[in-house]
Design a protein around this ligand. Structure first.
Ligand code: GCU
Ligand code: CA
Length: 398
């Protein structure tokens, strides 16, 4: 199973088990459109015999191709919107449906996989482009099984055509960390339209904890093995993102990549597994509360070779995936994407010379840091994943 399939399956289970809607926290600006309430339409019956739905019922559309459910959603401005579709499919096979926006197919044959029971409701997330004003979103089943039972559509519509992409990370993301060192965050805007503004607040040498608390993280470890904080006041960069008027707003994006410096055994950089998950979760939740889209990124790989193969070399991968599962935030597995790229570029075996050849042009002076050309390619991996995973930012890709 691909990473993405594993993630979405896991998210669905989390949703089902907790009985809550994944999107509840993800969008302060999200609007819920119940399938049973006009102007929504249902080519079938509004029923209420399978518990767990929201509102007064759900749409049980006829089991036939073309027996559709339709929603009218309004957007303050044109742009990308995240659509969360809550459904239950107690059958044994997937019920694919075209998702049409204003008459055009936005997602063909989108899968609505079995959820195990008609009382097990899950949320499927899609990204669509909306016009300013009213938009018609129609789910049109393509097979004789028809639609699953539909509870609602929750839409996180753009509030303006502009978006801000906030970056939190270390030197591999930072715009500059000393001589000819360039992080992928600096190159990101090359792949985005001018409606997206990148605010790169990544800084070299930071763990998630020193990024959040800077000098308040002391060099002393407590009995739990974590670095002691002298104060819980956040560093200015995170305060800036949290600022109610000038920080993250609905429809913005927050990319978070840590896990390289966190692996240090000594304070202040050291972060343990549980603490790493806790701090990442705090950041994700803060973005979600503001209606912004958090995206977790596993640490970009260094170049390490085993013979002619570039190998994995970073930690905090499972922790990052765990936080994605628990919060519903998407995860880009940049660690895997990057060492896979190194293999594609045949960087191994490597003779250790960073001043010449293809490796020298990609990396700065060591196996971790990039020159502009390398950073550009890593930013390309991130944006390709944005497109492949249909993340909200995909509407702003060039
Ligand atoms: C059952 C179930 C309905 C559902 C239908 C279907 O009859 O009770 O809620 O819509 O199966 O297969 O579509
Ligand atoms: Ca039905």
């Amino acid at each position: 199973m691909s990473l993405r399939r594993r993630l979405s399956a896991a998210v669905a289970l989390t949703v089902a088990a907790a009985g809550v809607v994944m999107a509840a926290g993800t969008a302060a600006a999200a609007t819920r459109h119940e399938a049973e309430s006009a102007p929504a339409t249902c080519d079938g019956l509004i029923e209420s015999n399978h518990a767990g739905f929201s509102g007064s019922g759900f749409c049980n559309a006829n089991n036939a191709a073309g027996a559709a459910a339709q929603f009218t959603v309004s957007a303050p401005a044109a742009g990308a919107a995240t659509v969360n579709i809550r459904y239950a499919n107690g059958g044994t096979s997937s019920r694919p449906a075209d998702v049409l926006v204003n008459g055009a197919v936005a997602h063909a044959g989108s899968a609505f996989d079995p959820t195990g029971a008609w009382t097990t409701w899950v949320t499927k997330r899609l990204t669509v482009s909306l016009n300013a004003g009213d938009n018609i979103i129609r789910l049109n089943p393509t097979t004789a099984g028809g639609l699953p039972n539909l509870d609602y559509l929750e839409v996180d519509a753009p509030t303006s055509g502009k978006t801000t992409v906030w970056l939190a990370g270390d030197s591999t993301v930072a715009s500059s960390s000393g001589s000819n060192v360039v992080g992928w965050g600096r190159e990101l805007s090359n792949y985005l339209t001018t409606d997206a503004t990148v605010v790169n607040s990544a800084i070299g040498g930071r763990s998630v904890q020193t990024w959040l608390y800077e000098s308040a993280v002391t060099s002393t470890k407590n009995s739990a093995g974590e670095c002691v904080l002298s104060s819980t006041a956040y560093a200015a960069r995170w305060q800036a993102m949290l600022n109610a008027s000038t920080g993250m707003k609905a429809g913005d994006h927050l990319f978070i990549q840590f896990g390289i410096n966190d692996g240090s055994s000594t304070c202040p950089r050291h972060v343990g597994s549980a603490r790493y998950r806790e701090l990442l979760t705090t950041m994700v939740r803060a973005a979600q509360q503001r209606g912004a889209h958090p995206v977790l990124v596993t640490p970009v790989a260094a170049l390490t070779c085993s013979g002619s193969t570039a190998t994995p070399n970073r930690g905090f991968l499972t922790e990052t995936l765990d936080v994605g599962r628990a919060t519903g935030a998407p995860v880009i597995d940049l660690h895997k994407l990057s060492y896979t790229l190194y293999n594609g570029l045949r960087f191994c075996p490597f003779n250790g010379d960073y001043s010449s050849g293809p490796v020298g042009a990609f990396f700065a002076n060591d196996h971790t840091h990039f020159e502009a050309a390398g950073a550009r390619q890593i930013a390309g991996l991130v944006t390709k994943a944005v497109r492949d995973q249909q993340l909200a930012l995909s509407a702003y890709l060039r």
